[in-house]
Write a protein that binds this ligand. Structure first.
Ligand code: HOZ
Length: 431
């Protein structure tokens, strides 16, 4: 008998390309059918067939407080009662911008958009306008959304599907994107020696989250900052995943590095469709209507998203003295216990973790870059994934993604996850 999810997926495939509205949801690389989700609450998601899962996807990161946090739900309900979109300024946009600028010392000004992709696309345009140069440098395996210039050797769904670039991106544009190795300062230096005079910006996920989690080596981000400053190249931090997650103020606060521009995403909308980019005033003031660089959007600063963002970030701000330690404690407990199980079995698997984000790679040795991540046994991952899912544990359906712990995960959730983990590892390594 087919499940409701399977029926819906069959219907979806007739009217939606691939049956999904974002490729990473398709479960193709893990040999399963996507679950259609009916609702979510706290640490749990519930599918349309009535099954319950402990969720580590967290809508790909933003649910730091868990799903449907009462403060966020109430804020959205109240905002909706006042109208869902005006196409005109609101007080909530000012308040959220103030809170973001306050949290990120490198940002003097911030512009709201509707997604992380839009934030990055706009930041790159701004960097090109500010410097008068066209090239950008990105790191292999880092994913910055699906804007044309950034789909080169990208992570996330692009890595999962094994697509090196994307048809539809003109060669003349792709050629302006130079890729270098993450965690390899020499690789960046070599690219800058060759292209430095033509380069507008270096863009980086300060902690990579889209080739699986890969933290920066000590000194790497410092090198990136120094090398870009020396050549008057803008440094763009893509903190769509790390902003407000690693700590209040993001990776740049944790590592004490000041980028020139920062991109934020779904986290600042408490999971609603939002993005933002911000940075030094002299750069940001090039934006229309102040300056000549055009960027716009009817739904930018949407009142529902601003209300949700204010509620979510307000909780993070007010509880930051303990909240990030709590997240760290939960994630450490989970990952250490998984590592003990891995060591006991002597199997080729390694966990990369920083704060509340982690990836279990089915590979041996340290994973420090995209080349390393790609040595993972994705079939083994797929088998592991399917047993976890059958056991009621939802992790991202790809080896090249991050799992996230939220404040809503309980000790019992972690224990249940570990029980299922043992069975899933048993299955993955039984062949
Ligand atoms: N950045 C997310 C994946 N790591 C995007 C999710 C999506 O593409 O749907």
């Amino acid at each position: 008998m087919t499940t409701i999810s399977e029926d819906l997926f069959a219907r979806a495939r007739r009217v939606i390309p691939g049956g999904v509205n974002s490729p990473v949801r398709a479960f193709g690389s893990v040999g399963a059918t996507p679950l259609f989700i009916e609702r979510a609450s706290g640490s749990r998601v519930f599918d349309i067939d009535g099954r319950e899962y402990i969720d580590y996807v967290a809508s790909w990161g933003p649910m730091i407080l868990g799903h449907a946090h009462p403060a966020v739900v109430e804020a959205v309900q109240r905002a909706a009662e006042r109208g869902t979109s005006y196409g005109a300024p609101t007080k909530s946009e000012v308040e959220l911008a103030e809170q973001i600028v306050d949290a990120f010392p490198a940002m003097d000004e911030v512009r709201m958009v509707s997604s992380g992709t839009e934030a990055v696309m706009s930041a790159v345009r701004l960097a090109r306008a500010f410097t008068g140069r066209d090239r950008i440098i990105k790191f292999e395996g880092c994913y910055h959304g699906h804007a044309d210039s950034l789909l080169v050797t990208a992570g996330s769904g692009v890595a999962t599907l094994g697509i090196p670039g994307s048809p539809g991106v003109p060669d003349t544009l792709a050629e302006l994107t130079v890729t270098v190795r993450y965690n390899d300062s020499a690789s960046l230096t070599a690219a800058l020696d060759r292209f430095g005079d033509e380069t507008a910006a270096v863009i980086i996920e300060p902690v990579a989250g889209n080739m699986g989690v890969i933290p920066p080596r000590p000194g790497f981000l410092e090198d990136v900052r120094r090398l870009t400053s020396e050549r008057n190249i803008l440094l763009i931090f893509d903190e769509v995943i790390t902003g407000f997650r690693l700590t209040y103020g993001g990776a740049q606060t944790l590592f004490d590095i000041q980028p020139d521009l920062t991109c934020l995403g779904k986290i600042i909308g408490g999971g609603l469709p939002v993005g933002a980019f911000g940075g030094r005033r002299e750069i940001m003031e090039l934006l229309a209507p102040q300056g000549p660089v055009y960027q716009a959007g009817t739904l930018s600063g949407n009142p529902l998203a601003m209300a949700a963002g204010l509620a979510a970030l307000g909780k993070l701000r007010d509880n930051r003295a303990t909240l990030y330690d709590d997240l760290e404690h939960k994630a450490t407990t989970l990952c250490r216990r998984m590592e003990i199980a891995i060591d006991k079995r002597g199997i080729p698997a390694v966990i990369n973790r920083i704060g509340s984000m982690f990836t279990l790679f089915f590979a041996s040795g340290a994973i420090n870059d995209y080349e390393g991540a790609k040595t993972s046994d994705t079939e083994r991952f797929a088998s592991f994934f399917r047993v976890m899912l059958a056991g009621g544990i939802m992790i991202p359906p790809s080896q090249f993604e991050a799992s996230f712990v939220s404040t809503a995960h309980s000790d019992d959730d972690i224990e249940s996850t570990l029980v299922c983990f043992e069975t899933a590892m048993e299955t993955a390594f039984s062949r």
